[in-house]
Design a protein around this ligand. Structure first.
Ligand code: 5GP
Ligand code: ZN
Length: 114
């Protein structure tokens, strides 16, 4: 998608702080971090929302969670704990319509979120 900010990051058309990349996903630091560690794990395939998941792309979800686990260890937030968030649609608070997983850690997370 030519007008998608995350596709542009994935294609290296705009800069980002990439911390991990493989054939399926890219992970980079959020530009507006909400915790000491705030990394976005983004499938390379342009999938607008969680409603667009299907049998062909659902493997990207488990892969993203496995990448999150390894990044949590690398960032030193595995022992104290971390949170993975995926917002869907307007009421879910989604602002970028290319699915992504927020990996948040380095502080205590309150519940419920606002
Ligand atoms: P959402 O609100 O869709 O769940 O999350 C989108 C996230 O993308 C936000 O946390 C926002 O700070 C982040 N973001 C938006 N534009 C950029 C960008 O150009 N670069 C980076 N690194 N993060 C971005
Ligand atoms: Zn995209």
């Amino acid at each position: 998608m030519s007008d998608c900010i995350f596709c542009k990051i994935i294609n290296k058309e705009i800069p980002s702080n990439i911390v991990y990349e493989d054939d399926l996903v890219v992970a980079f630091r959020d530009i507006n971090p909400q915790a000491p560690v705030h990394i976005l794990i983004v499938p390379k395939e342009h999938i607008p929302t969680l409603l667009d998941l299907n049998e062909d792309n659902k493997h990207l979800i488990s892969h993203a969670y496995m990448v999150a686990k390894e990044l949590a260890k690398k960032e030193g937030i595995d022992e104290k704990g971390y949170r993975i968030v995926s917002n869907c649609g307007n009421d879910g608070g989604q602002t970028v319509y290319h699915i992504h997983f927020h990996l948040l850690g380095g502080r205590f997370m309150t519940w419920p979120p606002g």
